[in-house]
Ligand binder design. Structure first.
Ligand code: G3H
Ligand code: 13P
Ligand code: ZN
Length: 307
């Protein structure tokens, strides 16, 4: 099956009350682990590539790996640019065959965010490519921006933003954040705000970034075998599942994949110190990615058998 855009996936997600998982990919093992999980669950899939991933593996290598997956799999797969910082990176990905891009102008003043989003929308739509934009700001570290505080999305502004830019989906800030340290106190998402935005933008696909749950089991494993990730706290899975029942059609997960791989690699190398064949620990990491993604599909996204 050829690469697909997310339109049909989101329509089904909206109607079915589930969300499509968008997982960050950086190498072959991650791509293979994610696809193996989605295959078993018969779940739709978005593979997303950040600027950092493009720098690490190169866009061409990542696209060729996805193409290899398409030969072996009949799953609908969308390739998406995550957090495109400007028009040029969006254009490079559109020209390189991505079926969806994110232009992230969330750190810009409102009018500037509108201007750059509109420019990307015009170029992308001309080529049949989907555009995600962002309004509001998530706390945490992203490659190009560090934000200390959440700036929650204003519902009125969200409607105006969508109308004026023509963007196809919108990432909103309701309390999630990037990385492993999401909450200082009790985890909480602003469901009232989410409900208001959903009602004001009916049938419109919303996106949640920063949606890792930082499972204790993997945190314990990573900490038990050297290194410390103290005080990490993610978004509880039941809150994400609830968000998918509103207008959230895409849920972004990266940190939990990183955590699963690191925990299992640490465990393998500590328990088997004689191992120096990379296939031993990278193979174990690939299995950990598969297990993690399968868990997300079943317990967070609700997207099993949704293709
Ligand atoms: O939200 C950002 C993603 O986790 C990607 O992270 O820029 O380190 O690849 P990265
Ligand atoms: P996490 O790193 O919190 O999983 O967020 C991923 C993300 O939002 C990618 O855009
Ligand atoms: Zn993000």
């Amino acid at each position: 099956m050829p690469l697909t855009g997310p339109k049909e996936m989101f329509e089904k997600a909206y109607a079915g009350g589930h969300a499509v998982g968008a997982f960050n990919v950086n190498n072959m093992e991650i791509i293979q682990g994610i696809i193996a999980a989605a295959e078993e669950e018969r779940a739709p899939l978005i593979l997303q590539v950040s600027a950092g991933a493009r720098k690490y593996a190169s866009q061409v290598y990542l696209m060729k790996l996805v193409e290899a997956a398409l030969v072996e799999s009949d799953l609908p797969i969308c390739v998406h640019l995550d957090h495109g910082a400007d028009f040029d990176i969006c254009k490079a990905c559109i020209d390189g065959g991505f079926t969806s891009v994110m232009i992230d102008g969330s750190h810009l003043p409102f009018e500037e965010n509108i201007a750059v989003t509109k420019k990307v929308v015009e170029y992308a739509h001309d080529k049949g490519v989907w555009v995600e934009a962002e309004l509001g700001r998530l706390a945490g570290i992203e490659e190009h921006v560090v934000s200390e505080e959440n700036v929650y999305t204003e519902p009125d502004q969200a409607v105006e933003f969508v109308e004026r830019t023509g963007c196809d989906s919108l990432a909103i800030a309701i309390g999630t954040s990037h990385g492993a340290y999401k909450f200082k106190g009790e985890p909480r998402l602003d469901f009232e705000r989410l409900e208001t935005i959903t009602n004001m933008l009916p049938k419109y696909p919303l996106v949640l970034h920063g949606s890792s749950s930082v499972p204790q089991e993997y945190l314990d494993m990573a900490n038990a075998f050297g290194g410390e990730i103290p005080g990490a706290k993610g978004v509880p899975e039941d809150l994400l599942r609830k968000a998918a029942k509103y207008g959230v059609c895409k849920i972004n997960i990266d940190t939990d994949i990183r955590l699963a791989m690191t925990a299992v690699i640490r465990k393998t190398l500590t328990e088997q110190p004689a191992v120096f064949d990379p296939r031993k620990y990278l193979g174990a990491a690939r299995q950990a990615v598969k297990d993690m993604v399968q868990h997300k599909i079943k317990n967070v996204l609700g997207s099993s058998n949704a293709i």
